[in-house]
Design a protein around this ligand. Structure first.
Ligand SMILES: *Cc1c(COP(=O)(O)O)cnc(C)c1O
Length: 365
């Protein structure tokens, strides 16, 4: 038995996403790059590499990890590079995408050995979360003015547009792509490649994958561009659980159970977006609020139903725990970070990383 807490990556579940991604590549002609900011657990990169073209990044460290641990095509992007970073970034990447014309002008010369692109912002998005909306008012994420982009066209051969966010609705994706064509059509025919970013939930249950592929294919035929997709969440959705153990139960008007993990430290995105964790099947007569062990009052995973009363030592699995979790875990309250374990296709489970007091101590000085 592995000591909880630990993230458990199930390769059989990961494989379902990988097969869908491989199908979309095959049918649409698009290439697929793993977005490392969502998921960077490199122990499964050997496995994912068979189904994806490479990685995309949001920093020097990510582009280096993609280059060293994943291989294949390696896209570099960052909201802003520093003078001290650019040479190493260029050495790790085969394409670099600048967030602004200012960054392009500053660094294009240093990047003249690799393909260069620019991020465009179409000022439309699918997101209802202001925090995660690249098209929010005054957004710093990409250039939007065609007249300003025109003069630098001879210095780039591609664009990146990332304006979807957890978008499960193909019709909405389709409409937003049309808006991109209306706005940037005059530029699209003049580049070799276009990355459509992440946030498209095309590996989800019931997504009309064939219509999606047809739309991508006709787009790339029309403008003569190689399309890239940058799935983060879509690559790993539903593949991983966070395994925890009940440490204490209380009744304070509601049944409470405290577990050996923390939503603040181990599933931070849920807290930021005010979403509940997921427990399956979430059925039965006994209702509990499941709480983390940090001292943050709102460290609560959610309220769930169970078949039996919970008692100390019981195990709970939080579902869908791969994306924006392991990359964001932190040492708040000194709570032990969850180990990382992998369930192989033959059903055997092995721990690939454990975290100790020394890791905590060495994260500070
Ligand atoms: C965040 C991000 C992604 C991945 O987004 P998901 O929602 O996890 O698919 C891809 N590309 C860019 C530029 C991003 O900022």
């Amino acid at each position: 038995m592995i000591q909880t807490p630990y993230y458990l990556i199930d390769k059989a579940k990961l494989l379902r996403n990988m097969e869908k991604i491989a199908y979309v590549r095959e049918k649409s002609g698009a290439k697929a790059l793993l977005a490392l900011k969502c998921f960077a657990t490199w122990s499964v990169f050997d496995f994912m590499r068979e189904y994806m073209d490479g990685t995309t990044s949001s920093s020097l460290f990510e582009v280096r990890l993609g280059h060293e641990r994943f291989g294949g095509e390696t896209h570099a992007y960052s909201v802003a590079y520093g003078d001290n970073e650019i040479e190493e970034v260029v050495a790790c990447a085969d394409k670099i995408i600048f967030n602004s014309i200012g960054q392009l002008e500053r660094f294009a010369g240093k990047a003249d050995g690799i393909a260069r692109g620019l991020r465009l912002n179409p000022q439309v998005s699918s997101s209802s979360f202001d925090l995660a909306d690249p098209a929010r008012p005054y957004s710093r994420l990409g250039e939007w003015d065609v007249a300003r982009v025109e003069p630098i066209m001879d210095r780039i051969n591609g664009f990146m547009i990332h304006n979807n966010c957890e978008n499960k609705d193909f019709a909405l994706f389709d409409r937003m792509l049309t808006q991109i064509e209306d706005r940037f059509g005059s530029l699209l025919g003049r580049v070799d490649w276009l990355s459509l970013g992440g946030g498209i939930h095309f590996t989800g249950e019931g997504y009309p994958v064939d219509a999606f592929c047809d739309r991508l294919k006709s787009f790339s035929d029309r403008y003569g561009v190689q399309i890239y997709l940058e799935p983060g969440e879509a690559s790993i959705t539903g593949s991983t659980t966070l395994e925890v153990t009940v440490l204490d139960t209380l009744f304070n008007g509601k049944n409470l159970a405290i577990v050996d993990s923390s939503i603040e430290a181990h599933m931070l995105d849920l807290l930021i977006y005010r979403e509940s964790a997921k427990v399956s099947p979430n059925e039965g007569p006994h209702s509990y609020m499941i709480c983390g062990k940090s001292c943050l009052a709102g460290d609560i995973f959610g309220e769930f139903r169970f078949a039996e009363e919970l008692k100390v030592g019981d195990r709970i699995s939080f579902q869908d725990a791969a994306g924006y979790t392991m990359v964001k875990k932190n040492w708040f309250n000194g709570v032990k970070m969850p180990a990382i374990a992998i369930k192989d296709l033959d059903g055997s489970v092995r721990t690939v990383r454990d975290f100790t007091y020394a890791d905590y101590e060495q994260s500070l000085s």
